[in-house]
Design a protein around this ligand. Structure first.
Ligand code: 8YV
Length: 332
């Protein structure tokens, strides 16, 4: 039996990235992309030293107890709310994510979703495809302007800053942001962004974009009370995580036109979508694709693979998310 580390690739990924991993490791992969339940995942990890995951599987204490050899889990995502980071550190398991390589692509998508939502692009396309376009009308799908409007960004990390730059420099928007901490003055200047408290931002912005990490404090950060602060003409876009928005409260606000429209790429309990949202015309819904361009998904997969390779060849993880305690080497 080879003494190469054993790796589980928990979801289907680019075949050549699996081939790359095979050059370094004994690999069990999942070409049929079966979404293993926690018990199945635990059983497959029982004899593995490392794992390649995509954010759709929870890495928690119970899983690690069932995987005594596990030393590293590489997430093909910048977000790692699927990791119980504390439990991983206590169990001596290194976690890594895939930041930076997706920043500009995801910021592009945030802007695309904002424009599709504010300018009612999908709603008007459905109307056209349904054969309902019979003549010009002065108010046909009249939406909200992007250029010159006020953009409010909640979560001003790398992706938030990318959206701010696009808004300020490309569309002449006035950019406001709210974040756990203020940006350094030179970063604020580069993004032409002004810091504001969350409530003030919600009251002032014409378009609100959510790009913050999903921490326990972020759950239902936007619920009925926050939606009530927004302008009736405002647009809300969420490319962060479902669960940050209370989808039932949002559906009610959209139905009653307390806000004008929403664009959502992420949902609480996805891939299920709150049924009320599916019935509304003034919401654009996409299946968690903000990072999905061919080059970016490849770069994310490659970075996750490179994290595993660097970890096991002793260079250490490239993009770690925790500092694990030493884990006693399990008997091979
Ligand atoms: C991923 C994402 O596609 O990177 C993230 O945090 O949300 C997306 O880019 C998704 O998590 C699956 O990997």
């Amino acid at each position: 039996m080879s003494n190469k580390p054993r790796i589980l690739v928990a979801r289907a990924i680019f075949p050549d990235i699996v081939d790359l991993l095979r050059q370094h490791f004994e690999v069990e992969d999942n070409p049929d992309d079966i979404l293993w339940n926690p018990a199945e995942l635990a059983a497959r990890l029982a004899d593995k030293d490392g794992a390649f995951t995509t954010g759709s599987q929870r890495i928690d204490a119970a899983l690690m107890a069932a995987a005594p050899r596990l030393r590293v889990v590489a997430n093909m995502a910048v977000g790692y709310n699927n990791f119980d980071v504390e439990a991983m550190s206590a169990a001596g398991v290194q976690g890594t994510n895939a930041p930076d390589v997706l920043t500009e692509t995801t910021a592009d998508f945030g802007f695309a979703l904002l424009m599709a939502t504010a300018r009612r692009i999908t709603e008007s396309e459905h109307y056209l495809r349904a054969g309902r376009w019979t003549e010009w009308r002065y108010d046909l799908f009249a939406g909200a302007d992007i250029h010159g409007s006020t953009l409010g960004i909640i979560g001003m990390g790398r992706i938030g800053q990318g959206i701010a730059r696009r808004g300020a420099h490309g569309f002449g928007m006035q950019v406001l942001y709210h974040n756990r901490s203020r940006l350094a003055p030179e970063l604020e200047a580069r993004c032409k962004a002004r810091y504001l408290g969350k409530q003030e931002l919600l009251r002032t912005a014409d378009h609100v974009v959510l790009v913050l990490p999903y921490t326990p404090e972020a759950r239902h950060l936007i619920a009925a009370a926050e939606l009530a602060l927004m302008k009736p003409t405002a647009t809300l876009v969420n490319i962060a995580r479902g669960g940050i928005v209370d989808d039932a409260a949002l559906a009610a606000a959209l139905r009653e036109r307390r806000i004008a429209a929403a664009g959502l790429d992420v949902f609480e309990g996805e891939p299920r979508v709150h049924p009320d949202l599916l019935t509304l015309p003034n919401v654009v819904l996409t299946p968690h694709i903000a990072s999905s361009t061919v080059p970016t998904r490849r770069a994310m997969a490659r970075l996750a693979a490179d994290n595993l390779i660097a970890f096991f060849d002793g260079r250490g993880p490239l993009t770690p998310v925790n500092t694990p305690q030493a884990r006693a080497a399990a008997a091979r």
